[in-house]
Every structure is written in structure tokens, then in C-alpha cells.
Design a protein around this ligand. Sequence first.
Ligand code: DUC
Ligand code: ZN
Ligand code: ZN
Length: 477
Amino acid sequence: MRAPSFDTIVRGGTVVTAADTYRADIGIRDGRIAAIGCDLPKATETIDASGLLVMPGGIDSHVHIAQPSGDGIVMADDFESGTRSALLGGNTTVMPFCLQEKGVSLREALKGYHALADGNCFTDVSFHMIVSDPTPHVLGQEMPALAEEGYTSIKVFMTYEGLRLRDDEILATLDAAKRARQIVLVHCENEDAIRYLIGRREADGDTAPFHHATSRPIAAEREATHRALSLAEIVDTPIVIVHVSNREAMEEISRARHRGQKIAGETCPQYLVLTAEDLDLEDFEGAKFVCSPPPRDKESQAACWFGLETGIFDLYSSDHCPFRFDDANGKKTEKGRQSFRWIPNGIPGVATRLPILFSEGVRTGRIDINRFVALTSTNHAKLYVLYPQKGTIAVGSDADLTLWDPDLTKIVTNDDLGHGADYTPYEGMQVTGWPLKVLLRGKLAMDRGALVLEKGSGQYLSRKRSNLLGSEPIPGS
Ligand code: DUC
Ligand code: ZN
Ligand code: ZN
């Protein structure tokens, strides 16, 4: 008897990539896509995908997991719960940040982070580095060495005392990253303006969570975005502007592109469906929505949708950064109850990222399903040099597949999301479209909300050097 040609066939679904939509079977062998065609012959296992969309697994290139947060604050997710939540939400790869604390080398930071992640993940994982202490050793020795070893993206902050870099430090970091061919992500908010406004609010007795939003106005984000783009222009290198919340920052990106700069832009679900009014809920409930930049207003939501529709944004990420609400080591920290200044900054969202964009974007006709795949998977893989191993459905690619029910209506509830936080900012929201099954490198990993694979099934992905926003990876580079 001849052995079956495939380990698994995903049969009868509608295959969706960033470019095409068509009916086909997918044959999988040794964890990779071995054939795409009609009526593929038998396999050891068959997964029925009729009535479902078969899409590349989601890639969330902006998540925070187990990140040290200071002051006794504990992030709600470790790698087990964070990647579990990602998988339940239809993702097969996440990219968390490895934070360099001041006085610590990048290598030490990475060692600690790998110790937490390795063997504990449900999805594949690849790190960005956060550079907070750009010493000559970090810039001249560590960055090039780590780029060689597959750590090819870094993030810098323009806000937060202890994390933010001065302009000359940003220039030096951009320069070093350009030489090492690492792409730089920038958090754009003007620290001095924010610090001044926080002081003013506190002096006026305005200490409730809502004033997190009033102390981080659009102008502080717009100014810092303009400055980051100017610094990148001076060094002549591309950058990624992350978590953009409003039209004015978007206009800075568009203007820079018109000047000829290569820029990637990212927005997140919170800027599409939340507003600053959510931070104004009573009984400290507004703290559940404290994140930076803060959610803005309806006009900003419309602008961010426009950016997704028209290509101002290349990436749609969750910025998953979870803290427990009802917890003195989370949102309800003793100091945080006295002033918004101390409320930990971030909200959970890795599990709800895809359903929110599908329901509010695809079902409403704002974007088509191919753009959905580009924004949630393919563009992340291309930008961060995981493509075509990840981010598409093609012969030779990893068989990371999300089987999506486009008609399933759900009410979002925290119990379904698998993260370590005790709430979701989207509780009670009705969405249509939900991931039914996920395959990770050919193996069924999630089936109707149940985990099928063990933790530790996720692998660490080291990446090639960045092509710095070139359209395609350079073969062999
Ligand atoms: N920036 C992020 O990217 N995530 C959470 C907090 C922050 O400031
Ligand atoms: Zn940030
Ligand atoms: Zn973030």
C-alpha cells in the first residue's frame, strides 16, 4: 500500500491571502504547505473547512508579555497565558518586546526573556528589543552582534522617565540600527509636555483615570511623531511609527512619505472602537482603558479607519499589554488609586484583535478580506522578515492556518479569552466572525476554543536582517 501523500489535508475551504480568494484544498506535509489544489488525494488526517475561510495564522507583531513594569506592578500574562490567548484569537505568531532596563546589557535582558519564554509558548514567538540605555557598548557591539543572531528589530520610547531616549540618543540608535540593518519602532509622545500636564492635573486635583487622557493630548503625539520622522530623515533610515491614535499623527506619516521617506505605520483596535470617554467610567472602571497613547474621540476613530482603508497604515496590532484590574499589583495599585499617573499603562487585546477588525472592518465593507489578511498577518511577516515562511498560504510556507467562521456571532466575554487579565475592555461587544480552528506548523492547535497542542509547541523564530522596508525580502540575504 502506498503511503498517503500528505499528513493533513484542509479540505473544501475558501483560501484567502493578501492577494487572492479561491476555493482549494491545502495539503500539508512535515509542517509545511506541500500542495494547494482541487480534490487533493488522501491524507492521514482530513480537516473539513467547508463554509470557512482559510487564512494565514494571525501575526501580532506588537504584544507585551511578562515585561517588568516597576513599582511592584506585575503584568497579567506570562508566556503561557499570553500565547494561549493569542492562539484562541486566531494567531500563530506573536512578537513581544524584550525590555532592556537601564544598566543592563541587551544580552542579559534577552537571557532573562528567553528563560521565561522558551518551552512555555502556544504560538511561535520572536522578540523585538527595547533599547533604553544606548551606551557605546550597546550601539557599537551588542546591536550588530544581536542582528547577526536574528534579533533584527528594536523599539525606542520618546516618553516615560527611565525609558525615553533624548533626541541625540535616538539619532545614535537609529544610526547604529541602520548599520546593523535592524528596523526601529518608535513610541511617539512628548515626555516633557506630558510630565508638565500631569503636574498641572494633579495640582488641580484632577487625579481620576480620565486625566490620563487629558494629560496625553493629540498634540503631544503629533509633535513627537513629527520629531521621530525628522530624526529618521536626518539619519536617512526607515522607521515604524507604532500605535498611532489619530489623524494628526497620520498626516505626519503621509507628509514624510511625500518627502520620500520609507515609513511603516501601525494602529490598534483601541483606536478604532474605544474613546477617551471610556476612561471616564465611575468607580475607577476607567482604569481598565488606560493605555498610551490614550483612545481619543469619534473623529480620531474615523481617521484610523481611513488609514487602514487607504494604506496609511501597514500594520494592525493589538499592543496587548495586560494588567489585572481588581489587583493591588495591577490597575488598582495603591498609588494608582490616588493619581492616574501611577495606573499601569496598557490593556489586553491579543485575542480580540482579529474579531474586532473582521466584524467592524470586513463585515461593514470598510476593508476587503484580502486587506484584512495583509493587515493582520502578511504585512507583519514582510516587515519583520518572516515572509514567506510566515504570513501567507503558499507551497513551502509553514502550515500556520486559521479556519475562520465569517458568520459566527459572539458576545465578547473575558472567560473566552485565555489571558491572565481579569477583564477585557471589549466585554459585551457583539462581533461577527470568529476563529474556529488554528493549525500551527501543520498541527491542529486550537479547536472551537479548546487547546489541542501542549504549551511548548511554539518555537522561537530568529529572523534575517531587516530589508528596511524594501518590498520583498532579498533572496539569500
Ligand atoms: N507602549 C506600548 O507600546 N505598549 C504599552 C505601553 C506603552 O506605552
Ligand atoms: Zn509604545
Ligand atoms: Zn506596546
